[in-house]
Structures are given as C-alpha cells and as structure tokens.
Design a protein around this ligand. Structure first.
Ligand SMILES: Nc1ncnc2c1ncn2[C@@H]1O[C@H](COP(=O)(O)OP(=O)(O)OP(=O)(O)O)[C@@H](O)[C@H]1O
Length: 269
C-alpha cells in the first residue's frame, strides 16, 4: 500500500545563531509515503537532520504547513503529538545511543519498545534479523558502534511504526552491517512503514525508492528509482539546477529559451 502519511508544503525552519537566524529549511515541499523508503541527501549543513526532526514531529516548523494523515500538525494537541511520537514514530538518532535506553540490555530494548507501542514483538527473532542473537543480554555501552546502530534500528522498527526515521543509519557501518540495516528497513517498508533516511551513503541511496536532494535548505531535486529526476519550481518560477549542471554556468547567468513544450538553458555566448 502506498499512501501519503505526511505532506509538507513550504516548510521553513529557523535557528538562532550568533550571526543572526539560520534558515535551515527554506520552503521545502515533501511527501512521505507509506510502504516506501525515501532518502534525503545533500551536503553537510543542507538541512537533512532538520527536515527529519520536523517530519518526526520532534520540532515544529517555523513556517509552512505539515499534515499528518491529512490533519494539520499545528492543530494537534500536545497529548496527541506525544502519543503519535511514542506509538507511531520510530526514531534512530545520528548517534544510536541517543535512541537506546542505556540501562536495558538488547532484548529488553525491544520488549520495552513493544510495550510503549502496545504491540507484541518476538524479541529473539528481531535480534536475529540484525545478527545480534549473541548480544541479547548486553547493554548498549558494551556493544560496538555497529552493534548499537543495528540495535537502534531494530528497536525503532518494532511494531512496525507508521513512520520510521533514521539519521545516517549506515554511515559508520561495514558492508555486512549496512546490508542488514537496509534489509530491515526494507522489511519494515514492506510491512507498511513510511521509511525516511538522511544519508550520504551510496549504499543507502541505492536502496531507496525515492531520493530527495537538499541544498542550503532547499529541495533541489527528487527522483524515484528508475525514473527521471524532477526539481521543484516555486511560485515565482525559481528552481535549483542539479549540482552537476553548475559548472556549465560559471558566470552564474544562463540564456533561457522556451521551445514549444520545453525550456532550454545555455551558457551565454
Ligand atoms: N539547534 C540548532 N541551532 C542552531 N543552528 C542549527 C541547529 N540545528 C541545525 N542548525 C543549522 O541549520 C543548518 C542545517 O543543519 P542540519 O543539521 O539540518 O544539516 P545536515 O544536512 O543534517 O548536516 P550534516 O550532514 O552535517 O548532519 C546548519 O547551518 C546548522 O548549522
């Protein structure tokens, strides 16, 4: 089943900085679809983690409109938001220990998550899925970074949740661990979760159904696997060219020709 779980229009996020407000998101339109993996990619500081935090309902956007199953998120009460975050949204932080309970062993991480979400989990099967059977009674602090990451993804995926969000889930992983994590994310998407990743990792990008590219807080491109890339054009007609096209326009100017039903851009002669 593929349906829009979240839709964001003109999302804006600002942070206070010493030099004045930083615009981390500057008018992002995005749809998050159940049953699919979306990868958000882009250079460091382009707004990936910020967009994840907004989509995970952990941060309120400073502007724009975010809808969850058609309802305006800004109209939800604090209690409704808390309930959604606890029951429906799995979150894997950039540092996996930030999304794990430090005092619980690996098996208890999964059963605790199941209790919070009011679902059942076969914890041993879930640990086996990420090759952590031998670590069932280990706490996060005694596990390697890769094991912590696999555990964090397994715990976030209990349910499965309607929305599963992971910030750089494969960045520090060797190929074998990355494949396990990506397989688990695919299994959760197949079970109905909308999966959203922020990633620089070519392995994760290749595993996604849709890739969104952010640059300077603006969505500069989007493409679904096997399809042409599309870019957003805002109400004023502005678009961002793909990064690889920029060297064609070293002066920052282009000659624009509208030809029948398409537009051509050339460097000035
Ligand atoms: N809490 C905050 N306070 C102030 N500025 C912030 C905060 N969080 C993010 N920013 C700024 O917002 C912009 C976007 O940051 P964000 O972390 O979303 O980027 P990113 O693409 O995830 O980067 P990275 O790949 O390095 O994790 C950056 O300029 C960053 O410095």
């Amino acid at each position: 089943m593929t349906t829009d779980l979240l839709t964001g229009r003109e999302l804006l996020q600002l942070y206070a900085a010493r030099t004045g407000p930083t615009q981390a998101l500057r008018g992002v339109d995005v749809s998050v679809v159940s049953g699919r993996i979306s990868a958000i990619t882009g250079p460091s500081g382009s707004g990936k983690s910020t967009l994840l935090a907004v989509l995970a309902l952990r941060e309120r956007p400073a502007g724009g409109e975010l809808r969850h199953r058609g309802r305006l998120v800004s109209s939800l009460s604090r209690r409704e938001l808390q309930r959604l975050r606890r029951r429906d949204i799995g979150w894997v932080a950039q540092r996996p220990t930030h999304s794990l309970f430090p005092q619980l062993d690996a098996r208890a991480q999964l059963t605790q998550m199941a209790q919070l979400r009011r679902v059942r989990v076969d914890a041993d099967a879930a640990l086996a899925e990420v090759a952590l059977t031998s670590r069932a009674t280990s706490r996060p602090a005694t596990m390697s970074g890769g094991e912590q990451q696999r555990l964090a993804v397994a715990a976030a995926g209990v349910g499965p949740p309607a929305l599963l969000i992971a910030d750089e889930p494969t960045a520090e992983l060797d190929d074998e661990s990355a494949a396990l994590v990506l397989r688990l994310l695919r299994a959760r998407a197949d079970a109905g979760s909308a999966v959203v990743l922020a990633t620089h990792d070519a392995r994760a990008i290749a595993a996604a159904d849709t890739v969104l590219r952010l640059r300077h807080g603006v969505l500069s491109g989007e493409h679904a696997a096997g399809q042409d890339r599309t870019v957003s054009i805002d109400g004023l007609g502005r678009l961002q060219l793909p990064e690889e096209a920029l060297p064609l326009f070293p002066t920052g100017r282009a000659v624009v020709t509208v030809v029948n039903n398409h537009v051509e851009l050339h460097p000035p002669a």
